[in-house]
Design a protein around this ligand. Structure first.
Ligand SMILES: [Zn+2]
Length: 214
């Protein structure tokens, strides 16, 4: 259903903090527009957003693979060594009968973060190639649904808490995956927090407006 004057709504932007409505204006490359009431950043204009986003998504995916398939930590208790990987953690939950917790963990720390990075990769690639007007719209909608469900950052904090508790009892050696996980979380936070989805919608609008007017 299309409302009357619905297209006029496309020019308005709402502040996430105080919900004040603003009219979208064109700003200079590299600058940002802030809310008049609470000074929160409303949107930025980066003419190379697609390239930057693509680079960030590819780097994040590489670190994600390393974080998942290499040992996270090596724990040594009384001469007994054990390597822990993320996949092993999830599988041991299943083998101990914690199916629901295992499934939940698999989605929150593996499936959703991987899906999010893939969606970013696809969206930025499509926008860079100026193709897939309908597909990029569907992907952006899907992205906003699953973004709150990526919990890699919480997982990292919980690992740190567990390690601090274990320090007195065991010798702990950080594996390569641990450092990769930290870099992944930093890239993930940077990409999901500083690049607002609204900025990608704006980029999409610009790209296909130029493309359709040719
Ligand atoms: Zn505001």
């Amino acid at each position: 259903m299309k409302l009357e004057n619905e297209d006029a709504l496309d020019d308005l932007v709402i502040c996430h903090q105080c919900h004040t409505l603003h009219k979208e204006i064109t700003i200079q490359d590299g600058s940002k527009a802030c809310c008049r009431e609470c000074k929160t950043v409303l949107y930025r204009y980066d003419s190379r957003l697609a390239e930057h986003g693509l680079a960030l998504a590819i780097s994040a995916l590489i670190f994600f693979v390393v974080a998942n398939f290499f040992p996270l930590v090596k724990i040594e208790i009384l001469g007994h060594e054990q390597f822990i990987t993320i996949a092993k953690t999830v599988l041991s939950l299943f083998s101990n009968g914690f199916f629901i917790v295992g499934l939940l963990l698999a989605f929150l720390i593996f499936i959703f973060p991987l899906m999010i990075m893939f969606i970013y990769l696809l969206i930025f690639s499509l926008l860079k190639m100026r193709k897939g007007e309908a597909l990029s719209k569907e992907l952006l909608i899907l992205l906003s649904h699953i973004l709150p469900w990526s919990m890699m950052d919480i997982f990292l904090v919980s690992i740190l808490v567990a390690l601090v508790k274990l320090i007195g009892y065991a010798q702990i050696h950080m594996g390569i995956a641990f450092w990769a996980l930290i870099v992944f979380v930093l890239l993930d936070i940077y990409l999901t927090r500083t690049v607002h989805i609204s900025e990608i919608w704006m980029l999409r609008k610009r790209v296909f407006l130029e493309e359709n007017s040719k």
